[in-house]
Design a protein. Structure first.
Length: 512
């Protein structure tokens, strides 16, 4: 059964019969589109280093140092990308990379000029990719750098990699944070790439948690209902663009490799796994391959999650029995652990999810949407600002309710604030100022109960949690000038845009 709440990213034109049919022949995209200067993590590092945003830290321990340093840098957009080398107790050349999405490199990662601010970057992502997102089928090749080292049988050992303890209260070493799982639907045959946390159980076993409703969970549940082993690949060092798409909401039946190929204008090259035959990026850094036994469970967690809490505790979860490990020479583990927001995870989700949310609201028929921003402090889920140019009574309410319940806004949301077009929704100070001065608590707030949430929501009542009722409520705050007397609303005490522009041009040096 298809996921009725899928967002439109990667969707095909109305009337097409199969959402998995490619809508492009793979020809190169127009030269006016952004150009990507990398296809794997190493090429990405070269480009980030040219921007002056790479720092090498030798000698940091996986037991404590890497996690502590990552906590420091991931909360700051201006902090560098950090590569941890010469990790004590690990083979020389084995490295960990963290904080990839920040500074100028976040624009480079998405193929855009480095001068765009975050809202401009999100708008560019929407207008360049989502407005006409192409899909290019992945291309199978016979070999690739990922097969430089092949470990099977007694040689399988995931503890050989410098996997950190990311947070001091974590229940184990999480090898999968900047990773994605590759699975195949056992009934329909389509490939899904999805990001789920992955914990080391022992040398040959890792456990992973998937929230209900996610496509990887749907695949897993199907295999379990059939009593079959689920073939699985876990990519632990793909290129950043593929990782970002694996983190994004895509429609049921659409493979993320195809979306990456469409964005770049040429296919993602994959090699078939030697055990499962699943498609593996040919230039990935580290890959685990094996099977998930539907009857096998081991304790997983706790893990410091994207809400900023340990909300899911420890419980039995499925595990991957690893049959093969593949890795490049001197492999790089991509780390992207969630922290208390705002953090790196919230930064990249804010850019992509804001664009997706604006597209969803517009496609639902809401006119004159000026801007949307899913705020980092709410992990790009729990606090959304949307600005509209009001055209009719109820326009702002319509925008808020659609943003609250379309797929991109529905999962684990909390608050939607709707404002007029003069407010910069990406500026938290402006957004809250508009809410405080243009809304009336008794009449401007609507509530939605029983909405789609997650076991990771720390506010779910223990009784509901025990019953499996993972729902929450939403607040839609209308912070627009009341439509029927908006012309009588007091004017804002600030210069006009023209005067502000002139002021910046003449006196911005005073802020340097």
């Amino acid at each position: 059964m298809k996921d009725a709440m899928s967002s439109p990213i990667g969707a095909i034109a109305p009337g097409a019969e199969d959402p998995r049919v490619s809508v492009t022949n793979g020809d190169a995209l127009d030269d006016s589109r952004p150009q990507f200067s990398y296809t794997d993590l190493r090429e990405w590092i070269t480009q980030a280093d040219r921007l002056g945003e790479i720092r090498i830290v030798p000698g940091a321990s996986w037991e404590e140092d890497i996690g502590m340093a990552t906590e420091i840098v991931q909360h700051s957009d201006s902090a560098p990308c950090v590569i941890f080398d010469d990790v004590p107790g690990c083979r020389k050349g084995f490295r960990v990379l963290t904080n990839f999405f920040g500074g100028k490199r976040k624009n480079m990662t998405l193929g855009f000029p480095t001068g765009l601010n975050r809202l401009e970057l999100s708008e560019a992502f929407l207008n360049t990719y989502l407005a006409d997102l192409k899909r290019v089928p992945y291309q199978e090749v016979s070999d690739g750098p990922i097969f430089e080292n092949i470990l099977t049988g007694d040689d399988v050992d995931v503890t050989k990699f410098p996997v950190p303890i990311w947070h001091e209260r974590d229940g184990g070493r999480y090898i999968g944070t900047g990773s994605f799982n590759v699975t195949r639907d056992p009934e329909e045959g389509w490939i899904n790439c999805g990001t789920y946390r992955v914990m080391i159980q022992d040398k040959r076993t890792v456990g992973f948690y998937i929230s209900p409703g996610k496509h990887g969970r749907i695949h897993r549940d199907k295999y379990q209902s059939r009593g079959e082993l689920m073939p699985t690949v876990i990519v632990l060092g793909g290129d950043p663009l593929t990782f970002l798409m694996a983190c994004s909401e895509t429609p049921y039946g659409v493979c993320e490799y195809e979306l990456v190929g469409g964005m770049r204008g040429f296919p993602v090259q994959v090699v078939p796994g030697k055990i499962t035959g699943l498609p593996i990026p040919a230039n990935a850094e580290i890959v685990l391959e094996g099977f998930v036994d539907p009857k096998k469970r081991l304790p997983e967690g706790p893990f410091g999650e994207w809400t900023g809490y340990y909300a899911s505790d420890t419980r039995p979860e499925p595990v991957l029995d690893i049959k093969a490990i593949y890795h490049r020479n001197d492999p790089i583990l991509l780390g992207c652990p969630p922290q208390r927001p705002p953090d790196e995870l919230a930064r990249y989700r804010a850019v992509t999810r804001s664009a997706l949310l604006r597209q969803s609201v517009q496609r639902a028929g809401v006119p004159d949407v000026h801007a949307v921003w899913a705020h980092e402090v709410g992990t790009a889920r729990m606090l959304v600002g949307i600005s509209v140019k009001q055209r009719y009574p109820g326009h702002s309410k319509q925008a808020g309710h659609v943003a609250c319940q379309c797929h991109v806004g529905a999962y684990a949301g909390k608050y939607v604030i709707v404002v007029d077009e003069d407010i910069d929704v990406s500026n938290l100070d402006e957004l809250i100022w508009a809410m405080l001065t243009r809304s009336d608590p008794a009449t401007s707030i609507d509530f939605v109960k029983g909405a789609w949430s997650t076991p990771l929501d720390p506010r779910i009542d223990p009784v509901d949690r025990a019953a499996g009722n993972f729902t929450n409520s939403r607040a839609i705050i209308d912070a627009c000038r009341p439509f029927h007397w908006r012309d009588k609303f007091p004017p804002v005490n600030m210069p006009s845009p023209e005067v502000m522009k002139k002021a910046r041009e003449k006196f911005s040096y005073l802020l340097e």
